[in-house]
Design a protein. Structure first.
Lengths: 232, 291, 132
């Protein structure tokens, strides 16, 4: 926040002067709004604060998360705290990953016209159109891979001319992929076995028995691995 | 480029994977492999017919941008419906600079499409670039004993501007099969509609249309019906399931993609072929040293 | 259902000509389109009757099932001796209804079993032609 400087924004059509350098969410609260919906983690992870805005003199709409996006002079904004997207009930274990279950549960995917409006609406820079196309082809892995950063804000579904529920499709894909198709974490199994066999009992007992000063000393002396140049 | 840019379309990746698989085999064997477009999207079949609609052409134009990204100016399609849609959009956009500009402005995150991508169907490539003589030479399992009724359906031959051959009496598939040693028969329903997308909400309509196609094919003495479209294939198979019990000749028919039949002629192992084609080959074709 | 959507039925001919880019009055009622159409038995009006009714601005035309039974097979287009693209006229009639958000096929009633067996192009095409 820059001390003393103010920025003029328009919240649902009404002008407010808010401190420069704060997020849209903070600005709305500064202006006197209390969030009973449309705010959650305030850290860019829960997708509750989907915001649509445009800037003075521009006709194009832009999309962001209120808790992450900084205010700008001449910003005209509104919020979309909820997307009324239907989600058919399913039981993961009863789904066959070899079939195109995404299309069975969300046949509207076939209405995609490849307009890319969803991608433009995504505050997480996900290639939304690409994963919907993958869903149409039955490529479960690709949908799971491309939609990884999705936080279910619903902005894509609100903008889609075909009324597709992108984030529900993607979540189904990720769940199904996780349950039935993603590779087993072998290293995790090994570690769990070691734990069950008590390989770490002695070390844990020692830690529990250490006093506060001892713990502080151990913490200060802990080894930190520096990531190598070519990836960690 | 050692090969030809190839647009699969959604259905060829799962429900009609036999079509793609056999086409890959055929084109590898003939020395002109299919090079799948990177990041292609659904073509948006069927071609939108209203004069003011540009939105429904965007999907196809995006694919043309992908062709250009590959450094190419042509793309081959297998699925007749995809071929038809892409080919019609290509012409529409080539002829109308204003429409092109609008679509480019809308797709502002893509490179502009300047027109000029040519869309061809695999049958055209086989006829013109490979040639029936080369196919005859490459045949290692001659298909004598197969009596093939080539079924074109609608989208391969209509409208005339994008037809792979004469719209009323096409012969391109017949010539292809004759080159492999099979006998091709003409039948009056070769270009009649199978019922297409009506199968979704009015399946009785497509069942009836497809039944007529099959009856016409057996009437001409065929033991195989060759298709070039996943929807024709599906609809004909459904009709066979429905009516094949009561009408034995229809029940005994083999219904396969033209590339699967061609793959058989070019020596594809039986495990690569659909079951009914495999059985037909075993009973009808003398295998002499074939794969 | 919330508000009832209605489709205006006046000036149907002019609206169809604009949407299709075709000249309805070029048709001289030879009947080739009806002869070639594979789905006439399912229609309550023949294709040639549809275009005649358009020429006469028949307001009941939008109640016909002909444009929904039409499979866009283009047999009519390829055979018309006057070069009238009847497929485009059928599309225009469909769009006049669909653009009022009145869909002709319902996704909810479709059933997973149906979708499971279909190649994607069936669904893509059906929704293109019968939903707005």
């Amino acid at each position: 926040m820059e001390n003393g400087k103010m920025t003029q924004i328009y919240i649902m059509g009404k002008a407010y002067d808010v401190p420069t350098g704060i997020t849209i969410m903070d600005a709305m609260e500064y202006a006197g709004y209390r969030f009973t919906r449309g705010a959650g983690c305030r850290s860019g992870f829960c997708g509750a604060c989907g915001t649509v805005y445009r800037k003075d003199g521009e006709y194009r709409l832009e999309f962001a998360l209120a808790c992450q996006e900084m205010v700008e002079e001449g910003m005209h904004l509104t919020q979309l705290p909820f997307t009324p997207a239907p989600r058919p009930p399913y039981v993961l274990d009863e789904l066959d990953p070899r079939e195109n279950v995404l299309l069975q549960y969300y046949p509207e995917i076939a209405r995609c016209v490849s307009c890319n409006t969803c991608t433009k609406a995504c505050p997480q820079d996900i290639e939304v159109m690409d994963y919907i196309q993958a869903a149409l082809r039955g490529d479960l892995e690709k949908v799971a891979e491309l939609s990884f950063d999705c936080i279910q804000c619903g902005l894509c579904a609100m903008r889609c001319p075909a009324d597709i529920k992108h984030y529900h499709v993607a979540q189904m894909a990720r769940r199904l992929y996780g349950v039935s198709a993603s590779p087993e974490p072998e290293h995790l199994k090994v570690r769990l076995n070691e734990l069950r066999e008590g390989a770490y009992e002695a070390q844990l007992d020692e830690l529990v028995a250490t006093d506060l000063d001892g713990l502080k000393a151990r913490y200060a002396e802990r080894q930190i691995e520096v990531a190598s140049e070519e990836g960690s | 480029m050692n090969g030809i840019p190839y647009f699969p379309g959604c259905s060829l990746k799962d429900t009609a994977s036999g079509f793609e698989d056999s086409a890959f085999y055929v084109m590898e064997t003939l020395g002109l492999p299919l090079l799948e477009l990177d990041r292609w999207n659904c073509c948006g079949t069927v071609y939108s017919l209203t004069a003011d609609d540009l939105m429904h052409h965007v999907a196809s134009v995006r694919n043309f941008v992908r062709v250009r990204e590959m450094g190419a100016d042509e793309v081959v399609a297998l699925c007749a419906m995809c071929y038809n849609t892409l080919a019609r959009v290509a012409r529409r956009i080539d002829d109308d600079a204003e429409a092109r500009d609008k679509i480019n402005a809308f797709m502002n995150q893509e490179a502009d499409y300047e027109g000029g991508v040519s869309v061809v169907h695999l049958l055209d490539v086989l006829r013109v670039r490979i040639g029936d003589d080369a196919i005859a030479e490459a045949t290692t399992r001659p298909l004598e004993g197969l009596i093939v009724a080539p079924y074109y359906g609608c989208t391969l031959v209509r409208p005339k501007e994008v037809s792979v051959d004469d719209s009323e009496r096409p012969t391109v598939m017949a010539d292809l099969f004759e080159a492999t040693g099979a006998t091709a028969v003409a039948f009056p329903f070769a270009t009649e509609c199978c019922g297409t997308y009506q199968v979704v909400d009015r399946p009785e309509l497509s069942l009836e249309r497809s039944y007529r196609v099959l009856r016409s094919a057996v009437g001409a003495g065929a033991n195989v019906v060759a298709t070039a479209c996943p929807l024709c294939q599906h609809n004909l198979e459904q009709a066979q399931r429905e009516f094949g019990g009561a009408e034995e000749r229809i029940g005994r028919l083999t219904i396969a993609y033209f590339t699967e039949i061609l793959a058989a002629a070019l020596g594809a192992g039986p495990e690569r072929l659909p079951e009914d084609l495999r059985s037909l080959l075993e009973t009808h074709v003398t295998i002499e040293g074939g794969a | 259902m919330s508000r009832t959507r209605t489709v205006p039925t006046e000036n149907l001919c002019a609206r169809v000509e604009e949407l299709s880019g075709e000249s309805v009055f070029a048709c001289y009622q030879c009947g080739m389109c009806s002869a070639g159409c594979p789905l006439t038995e399912e229609m309550d009006r023949l294709p040639s009757q549809v275009i005649r009714d358009l020429q006469l601005d028949d307001p009941t035309l939008l109640e016909s099932n002909a444009m929904w039974v039409c499979a866009s097979c283009l047999a009519c287009e390829v055979r018309c001796p006057k070069g009238v693209d009847l497929a485009k006229l059928m599309e225009a009639l469909r769009q006049i209804v669909l653009r009022k958000s009145i869909d002709n096929v319902s996704l909810d009633g479709m059933g997973r079993e149906t979708i499971r067996k279909l190649p994607q192009i069936a669904l893509v095409a059906s929704l293109r032609k019968k939903t707005g």
